[in-house]
Design a protein around this ligand. Structure first.
Ligand SMILES: [Zn+2]
Length: 131
């Protein structure tokens, strides 16, 4: 069996990849992506934003001060920010406004988790740290 996230052979335990689809994933992807994503979506982290990258990895970003400055948000989406019309209670979803113009890669992770049709990095920012 291969991992539905990294496509490598699953050599030890397999795990349900939900909410990144409903197929199985390897222990590495489970601890690097699936578990952190579940925790973030449960709303326990109000002090950091989630970034879904086009290489299927995820990262967590904290603002330098108490809330993100515009340039910090732009740095994460790699350009001008656009609010994506996706409702995640208590959160703002940001994408690159010119992602299509700049031929950025389709974000499969955001598509699998949220059904989004977005290119480039997708940032999910708690309202508490959104300026
Ligand atoms: Zn994997």
């Amino acid at each position: 069996m291969t991992c539905s996230l990294c496509n490598k052979e699953i050599l030890s335990d397999s795990h349900n990849a939900h909410p990144i689809g409903n197929e199985e994933c390897c222990s590495e992807c489970n601890s690097s992506s699936v578990i952190p994503l579940r925790l973030f979506l449960s709303g326990i982290y109000q002090d950091k934003a989630l970034v879904l990258n086009t290489d299927n990895s995820i990262s967590f970003i904290k603002p330098k001060d108490t809330a993100f400055e515009l340039n910090e948000l732009q740095e994460q989406v790699k350009g001008y920010i656009e609010v994506y019309p996706l409702m995640i209670p208590g959160h703002i979803v940001l994408v690159n406004e010119e992602g299509l113009i700049h031929n950025m890669e389709f974000n499969y992770l955001a598509s699998r988790v949220f059904g989004m049709k977005a290119v480039g990095p997708v940032m999910i920012c708690p309202e508490a740290i959104f300026e």
